[in-house]
Design a protein around this ligand. Structure first.
Ligand code: DGJ
Length: 706
């Protein structure tokens, strides 16, 4: 019996593991129901690719596809032994074992003397993931060019959806038809990237949040990587991904191994269901934050590099007054860091600015009942720093040529044991001295020409990423209470690799709520809201210059890990009270927001966006209806509220006063009662708001009908 049928949460995976070839997924998608051995054999016979005119044997679409089986698409494994052998692998000796929902295939290519272990597992959430480990059993070194894993998509998929983006405008969705050929998204930034594909979907026509079928792939890696969709002449569509290796980056000596990142595959009837599988997977991690997400004040847009103790004490007092629970001192506290051109690497508190260290601030913050956190950028170094002057050899570069500067900084070679030890010692010292609760871990430039002098000048993006993961783990092991945020010029490090080692991400440096509506909506395709830093900025956005009322800024940020990034010393008492009201409101609802099920609404009226979170038992929900522009018709029209229990009657009321321009809908009075079925099918009237305003709706079960 070489067929394995894995089932979870409405997803089936049929895996074929023959003794003479690598395992192949024959079906990944909707649940097939219970299938006996006979039915599975029949199904497999239907689903296996047939021979075409180029070969006479059945073509195999293995998870790591091999050219020798007649597969003419992108190969899974590319590489060769010194002297040229082993360039077309043939894993013909394979044993396969199933342990629960995990299947492990151990394969050997006896001629090339390569070993390959492929692990496939189906999570209880229905999220599928796979990884491979290659072992060189030959005496000759093996140069690895690529090791990709692929997942088949049903033939009814006709379009592609993935993400683009740039600094301060991350995760912009883009669509295109799925045609014969390859849609390839390669990343050579040495970090996940603001322009990462994030999740690459193949889908049926007219895919929406709650309609259509979507198959998505995500590479859980924070360095160079690739995602691709490939439709071949034999009518097979595969979604693939893996790490992108630079020339000569991985050369395996005899007995050495290389392991791919996990490549995740999510199927959903609509994008929401596809997202829920990621969310559930993340929420089930042993380290997933379970205590309420503390409301943050981050000092960056409040003071930038202008570190003045009295001003920061005032800021801390006001932060506590509005209900902040975690105070984070951003960039600017260490040696020589008066601007962004110096100091990175010199991780000592600058006595010129902080004669008594950070203690006076840390003590005040703690006395006010808040946690204390600090910004660091451990992977970087400014050439203008004591560290770079002492250790110019610790900078990643190709030969003697320094990479072009970016933000006047270079990348520290953490694959060099001495550099790693230095950074680790400094981080442990700072975290220990101030008993830090939180680190905002930043990463502000691409890895251009990341060669390591410690490794004979070879590219080291892979080893650097591994070193960063190790550093994060060692820090967390030494300080188990410490939480770490992954930031990278805003949201350029959003992936499931970094989230195995950190506790939240900073989604973007753009806090303008118009932009954030989309950034949050699409970041949530991968991450649940409690992992997404979501702050209220100043009235005038620092990145776009647009002005917005507090209500729109606060309601837009409301669903994520809430915070403030605003100079509170400039606020009047009345303004502080308003802000305190929002913080208190968030605290009242954060358990629901951070454990519930995300809902994004399709087909909203022109210029209107709607989304929400429904409690796991569907007893309540919070939705936001935002009006972003000026629609051609007025009033805007109805907005459906999906995701509720169809048979339960709910009362709908506004969470905060709604400034309707014209006759307010009934729900604004708090008197609307309807069953979940009617709210999903017909919905409520969108409030007639000015552009760039929004309303929050609280939906609560009144009775459960029999
Ligand atoms: C980039 C980050 O995204 C910002 O939030 C801020 O921390 C700056 N770096 C500090 O230099």
């Amino acid at each position: 019996m070489h067929l394995h049928h894995l089932r979870a949460a409405g997803v089936s995976v049929v895996l074929e593991c023959p003794p003479d070839a690598l395992p192949a997924i024959l079906h990944w998608g909707p649940d097939l129901g219970p299938l006996g051995a006979g039915a599975l054999e029949h199904l497999a016979a239907e689903l296996r690719p047939r021979s075409d005119q180029t070969v006479e044997v059945p073509i195999r679409t293995a998870i790591v596809p091999e050219a020798r089986t007649g597969w003419m698409g992108m190969p899974g494994l590319s590489g060769h032994h010194d002297g040229g052998g082993g360039w077309s692998p043939a894993f013909t000796d394979v044993t396969c074992e199933q342990h629960g929902q995990r299947v492990v295939a151990a394969a050997t290519d006896p001629y090339a003397r390569l070993g390959l272990t492929v692990t496939v597992e189906l999570d209880p959430s229905g999220l599928l993931r796979a990884r491979a480990e290659l072992r060189n059993g030959h005496d000759l070194p093996y140069t690895l060019d690529a090791l990709n894993l692929v997942f088949p998509v049903h033939g009814n998929a006709v379009e592609l959806l993935d993400q683009a983006g740039r600094w301060s405008k991350e995760r912009v969705p883009q669509r295109r038809p799925l045609t014969v050929g390859t849609h390839l998204r390669e990343n050579r930034r040495g970090r996940t990237g603001a322009d990462a594909a994030t999740v690459l979907f193949a889908a049926t026509a007219g895919l929406g949040f709650r309609r259509g079928e979507a198959w998505g792939v995500h590479v859980g890696h924070s360095g160079n990587h690739r995602h691709y969709a490939e439709r071949t002449a034999i009518g097979r569509t595969m979604l693939g991904g893996g790490e992108l290796l630079l020339p000569g980056e991985v050369v395996l000596a005899a007995g050495e191994t290389y392991r791919t990142p996990w490549v995740y595959a999510t199927y959903g009837r609509g994008l929401d269901e596809a997202a829920h599988r990621f969310h559930e997977h993340l929420r089930a991690r042993p380290g997933h934050p379970v205590r309420p997400r503390p409301v943050v004040l981050n000092t960056w847009e409040a003071v930038y590099f202008d570190h003045d103790l009295d001003r920061l004490l005032d800021l801390a007092d006001r932060a506590a007054r509005v209900g902040v629970e975690r105070f984070v001192l951003d960039d600017g506290w260490f040696l020589g860091r008066r601007h962004d051109g110096a100091g990175l690497g010199d991780w000592y508190v600058d006595p010129a600015v902080w004669p008594d260290g950070l203690h006076p601030l840390a003590e005040r913050v703690r006395k006010l009942g808040m946690e204390f956190g600090l910004w660091v950028e451990p992977e970087m170094v400014n050439p203008d720093s004591e560290l770079a002057r002492a250790h110019p050899e610790w900078i990643l570069k190709a030969g003697d040529r320094l990479p072009p500067p970016a933000r006047r900084q270079q990348v520290l070679d953490l694959t060099n044991p001495a550099a790693y030890a230095y950074v680790k010692e400094r981080l442990l010292a700072i975290v220990g001295e101030y008993d830090l609760d939180f680190l905002k871990w930043d990463h502000n430039r691409d890895l251009v020409d990341p060669g390591s002098a410690a490794h004979g000048g070879r590219p080291a993006a892979h080893a650097q990423t591994e070193a960063v993961y190790r550093l994060l783990d060692e820090l967390r092991a030494a300080h188990p209470r410490l939480e770490i945020e992954a930031c990278s010029s805003g949201g350029a490090r959003v992936d499931l690799g970094i989230l195995q080692h950190t506790d939240r991400v900073w989604a973007s440096d753009c806090i303008d709520p118009v932009e954030r509506q989309d950034i949050l909506r699409w970041t949530a395709q991968l991450l649940p809201p409690e992992l997404i830093g979501s702050h209220i900025g100043a009235e005038r956005s620092h990145t776009t210059g647009r002005r917005h009322e507090l209500g729109f800024r606060a309601a837009t940020a409301f669903f994520g890990h809430y915070g403030i990034e605003w100079d509170l010393t400039s606020l009047t008492d009345a303004e502080l009270d308003d802000l305190a009201g929002w913080v208190a409101l968030h605290k009242r609802h954060r358990e629901l927001l951070h454990t519930g099920t995300m809902v994004r609404v399709d087909d909203t009226p022109e210029s209107v966006r709607a989304h929400g979170v429904v409690a796991p038992d569907a007893s309540e929900a919070v939705y936001e209806i935002a009006v972003l522009g000026r629609p051609a018709t007025w009033p805007p029209g109805p907005v459906r509220l999906p995701g509720l229990d169809p048979e339960t009657v709910y009362r709908v009321r506004p969470l905060t006063p709604v400034a309707s321009r014209g006759a307010a809908p009934v729900w604004v009075s708090g008197e609307l009662e309807l069953p979940g079925s009617a709210l999903a099918a017909a919905g409520v009237a969108a409030p007639p708001l000015f552009p760039e305003q929004s309303a929050l709706l609280h939906v609560e079960a009144v009775t459960a009908t029999a």
